[in-house]
Design a protein around this ligand. Structure first.
Ligand code: XMP
Ligand code: MG
Length: 173
């Protein structure tokens, strides 16, 4: 039996998203940014964030799969399963990620985007789990720092389960 317990409530998420969006709105007001969401985990956060930002922007998604260490462990190796359909050259790019864990996934994406010569490249992550970091990645806009627990909900899954939860929860096996 798997139980989930609330770690960050829907209300806390809403307040943090509003706060992040206000900052992003200022920073990207006249830049017509290209917002790139990493599927699948970032979809709910990104949907809430861009509605709050309320400025002209474009949306793209990439699907990266990390594999190699089992269901609750992330990125052994990273592969681009579905890539971009829009040129990145000269664009102000903002990458949206659900959680930065070892850093391998996001480092892979940022490196491949940098080669395409964007005008700027920044990272916005809902959650940071610094205790497990293997590669240094600067998070320009951060929601919350979490301890070394396995989180689900608000778009984030555990083996495809629990994405629909309104709160960010942790799993107790
Ligand atoms: P890395 O280690 O590459 O991993 O920074 C980032 C990706 O791993 C997934 N991840 C999690 N997924 N609960 C999840 O459901 C977690 O606690 C967790 N930690 C890492 C996530 O998909 C993220 O994009
Ligand atoms: Mg992910």
């Amino acid at each position: 039996m798997v139980e989930t317990k609330v770690l960050i409530s829907e209300q806390q998420l809403r307040e943090k998203v509003a706060e992040l969006a206000a900052t992003l709105k200022e920073d990207y007001r006249d830049k017509h940014p290209l917002i790139i969401g990493i599927l699948k985990g970032s979809f709910m956060f990104m949907a809430d964030l861009i509605r709050e930002m309320d400025i002209p922007l474009e949306v793209e998604f990439v699907n990266l799969s990390s594999y190699g260490r089992g269901a609750t462990e992330s990125a052994g190796k990273v592969k681009m399963v579905q890539g971009l359909t829009t040129p990145v050259k000269g664009r102000h790019v903002l990458v949206i990620e659900d959680i930065v864990d070892t850093g391998l996934t996001i480092r892979y994406l940022l490196d491949s985007l940098l080669k395409k010569k964007p005008a700027s490249l920044k990272l916005c992550a809902l959650l940071d789990k610094p205790s497990r970091r293997e590669i240094d990645v600067p998070i320009d806009y951060l929601g919350f720092t979490v301890a070394n627990v396995f989180v689900v909900g608000y778009g984030i899954d555990w083996d495809e389960r629990f994405r629909y939860l309104r709160d960010v929860c942790f799993v107790e096996v």
